[in-house]
Write a protein that binds this ligand. Structure first.
Ligand SMILES: [Fe+2]
Ligand SMILES: [Fe+2]
Length: 239
């Protein structure tokens, strides 16, 4: 189904920014039914292949640190935009990647501005960027030397994983926050990040054989579950 939705409260200058790309199912990496049907009551255990679900009580912590969680979310969006630019610079010979990621840069930066607007609306301030332990640990798993194509695959799968985990966290917020406006706000981010997850997997399969992608993706999922297990859950962090 198409998930091109824009937030009702989109700032005027942002009116052309979409908050989601079309959600597409994928034969190897199926989106859970509720992403297509938007039935939000199902368990998140197997969301996008993630091995460890987030403790639902994380939402209660996040709710108590709204300025921090919105600040952290804003920087997550900024980093998503920056990383897409980096991928375009680094792999400029891959035409489909450039074509597909160029609009995602705009979309992610639009997300940053939406979160910034939400902070300002609530008389909250964008704080300092924090050390991103989750992402740093993921980066440590990327292949550093050797084959350029292997490194390329890891770049794409790192992005897919961050999108998947963000999507799962946004789902938690969309279900558990007391503020109805924020629940809808996060539901739309959830839809958008699910679409990005699919896009990064599709790009990987465009340039590499599906079996290699599937094999490495499983390794990433296992590694990510160890990271999630090792990190203290904090209400001031999206990850
Ligand atoms: Fe985003
Ligand atoms: Fe995203």
């Amino acid at each position: 189904m198409a998930a091109k939705v824009s937030l009702r409260q989109l700032p005027a200058k942002e009116s052309s920014v979409k908050i989601g790309i079309p959600l597409k199912n994928h034969p190897l990496f199926p989106l859970p039914a509720y992403f297509c049907a938007m039935e939000l009551s199902q368990d998140t255990k197997n969301i996008l292949g993630l091995q460890l679900p987030t403790d639902p009580r994380w939402v209660n912590l996040a709710e108590k640190s709204l300025e921090d969680i919105l600040t952290d979310h804003a920087y997550c969006e900024q980093k998503a935009a920056s990383t897409c630019i980096t991928l375009i610079q680094r792999y400029s010979e891959k035409e489909k990647l450039v074509e597909d990621l160029a609009p995602v840069v705009t979309e992610e930066w639009g997300h940053f501005r939406l979160v910034l607007a939400e902070l300002h609306k609530r008389n909250l301030k964008l704080g300092l960027q924090r050390k991103d332990e989750y992402v740093n640990k993921l980066l440590a798993f990327q292949k550093k030397g050797g084959n350029r194509e292997d490194r390329f695959l890891d770049h794409l799968l790192t992005m897919a994983l961050i999108e998947a985990r963000s999507c799962e966290r946004f789902k938690r917020l969309s279900e558990g926050l007391n503020d109805e406006y924020l629940r809808n706000f996060y539901r739309r981010f959830m839809e958008s990040e699910a679409g990005h997850y699919t896009l990064f997997i599709e790009l990987a399969e465009t340039y590499m054989d599906k079996e290699s992608v599937r094999r490495r993706w499983k390794e990433w999922l296992n590694y990510e579950s160890q990271i999630i297990d090792s990190l203290t859950i904090r209400g001031d962090r999206i990850h």
